[in-house]
Design a protein around this ligand. Structure first.
Ligand code: ASP
Ligand code: MG
Length: 423
């Protein structure tokens, strides 16, 4: 019998009616002759509400306790969903991440999965029950403390479980019909993307498309596990995320550009007046890495001959900004730079497409589109299949729209957004 893992996001289980709708979909899948394991996120905006609650108590909640608090969100939805399935006459058993065998490292707030031992899940399946697993959480191997995988981490739970169970596919249910050529909440003419490669999806996820968690795509790619991203509010076929090789086998013709992503979650940090000599960049980024701050774009300016110093700019999540600045300030005496500055009023806009590799002129058209929308570029970075720029946050919509139109991505219909806040 085929086995699939289905993951339902917060907007799909936002209230009792949503939970009942999802329960019916799960039971229908089982009745159609497929074994199902379910991974569920916290209801609606529960996670944000729990974070707000913690912040009302203290501006700096200890990581261990914040993780314990946040995992409560998924415990609520898993238990209520199991009840709704039982009400339809099918046995369901809910499990915390720890019970499901999701073993992580000990980094609170963004733990990495290091092993999955889903013995209890296999037992439940063998007994004919539907296992419902709390997403986004695990247990640290070293400390035995409860951890969370980072915002949006339930996707990763689902893919990791699917890989460990040898599932045929992982279905990620959300509030849109899959991946679009831009965020349909901002670009009404965004088009549905039927197939996308892991590489493009990873770039999209890393560049701010919130539909899938980056780690989940990395994980799926490692295990060559197909992901089907689709809406729990419709029966439409969503987007299949697969390897290049499988798409070629299926003779799927891939477009040059797959989409435009934007990201408002980052801050820009500049270390001003860094003496230009070997070892300084290493010291700066070692310290940042040791503070567990994930950095993204890095730009080093041309050295001014008069002072023989340079500015180093990078972006990182706004949530890591304070830690990054504090860490850098501490380095000032050893490195001897002038100051550390930060700016949170930025956006990153990226163009992604595997066809960029073999088509010249993509950057030129991208920059021309931004210029026509009167958007100033503050930093640029590229990969083989992506170009990203940092711009003012207030110009995000104008920039995304201009680029989307310039690359002929505008569709004829309006994309449907079924619910949720897109958070
Ligand atoms: N509930 C968590 C969050 O909102 C995890 C998830 O939704 O995947 O980030
Ligand atoms: Mg969520």
């Amino acid at each position: 019998m085929a086995l699939i893992v289905q993951k339902y996001g917060g907007s799909s289980v936002a209230d009792a009616a949503g939970i009942k709708r999802v329960a019916k979909r799960i039971v229908d899948t089982l009745k159609s002759g497929t074994q199902v394991v379910v991974v569920v996120s916290a209801m609606g905006d529960t996670t944000d509400e729990l974070i707000d609650l913690a912040n009302q108590v203290t501006p700096n909640p200890p990581g261990r306790e914040l993780d314990m608090l946040l995992t409560a969100g998924e415990r609520i939805s898993m238990a209520v969903l199991a009840m709704a399935i039982a009400d339809l006459g099918v046995e369901a058993r809910s499990y915390t991440g720890s019970q499901a065998g999701v073993i992580t490292d000990s980094v609170h707030g963004k733990a990495r999965i290091i092993d999955v031992t889903p013995g209890r899940i296999s037992e439940a399946l063998a007994a004919g029950a539907i296992p419902i697993v709390a997403g986004f959480q695990g247990v640290a191997q070293a400390t035995k403390d409860i951890t969370t995988l980072g915002r949006g981490g339930s996707d990763t739970t689902a893919v990791a479980l699917a890989a460990a169970l040898g599932a045929d596919a992982c279905e990620i249910y959300t509030d849109v019909d899959g991946i679009f050529s831009a965020d349909p909440r901002r670009v009404p003419k965004a088009q549905h993307v039927p197939y996308i490669t892991y590489e493009e999806m990873m770039e999209l996820a890393a560049m701010g498309a919130k539909v899938l968690h980056l780690r989940c795509v990395e994980y799926a790619r490692r295990f060559n596990l197909p992901i089907h991203v689709r809406s729990s509010f419709s029966d439409r076929v969503g987007t299949w995320v697969m390897s290049d090789a499988v798409l070629k086998e299926k003779k799927v013709e891939q477009p040059i550009i797959s989409g435009v992503a934007h990201d408002l979650s980052e801050a820009k940090i500049t270390v001003v007046g860094v003496p230009d000599k070997p070892g300084n960049a290493a010291s700066i980024f070692e310290a940042i890495a040791n503070a567990n701050v994930n950095i993204d774009m890095i730009v080093q300016n041309v050295t001014t001959t008069a002072t023989s110093s340079t500015d180093i700019t990078f972006t990182c999540p706004k949530t890591d900004r304070e830690m990054a600045v504090k860490t850098l300030e501490a380095l000032k005496p050893t490195i001897g730079f002038n100051s550390v500055e930060f700016d949170e009023d930025i956006a990153k806009v990226s163009l992604i497409g595997a066809g960029m590799r073999s088509h010249p002129g993509v950057s030129a058209s991208f920059f021309r589109a931004l210029a026509s929308a009167d958007v100033n570029i503050e930093a640029i970075s590229t990969s083989e299949i992506r170009i990203s720029v940092v711009i003012r946050a207030g110009q995000t919509d104008a920039a995304v729209q201009a680029v989307h139109t310039a690359f002929g991505l505008d569709g004829s219909g309006e994309a449907v957004v079924y619910g949720g806040t897109g958070r």
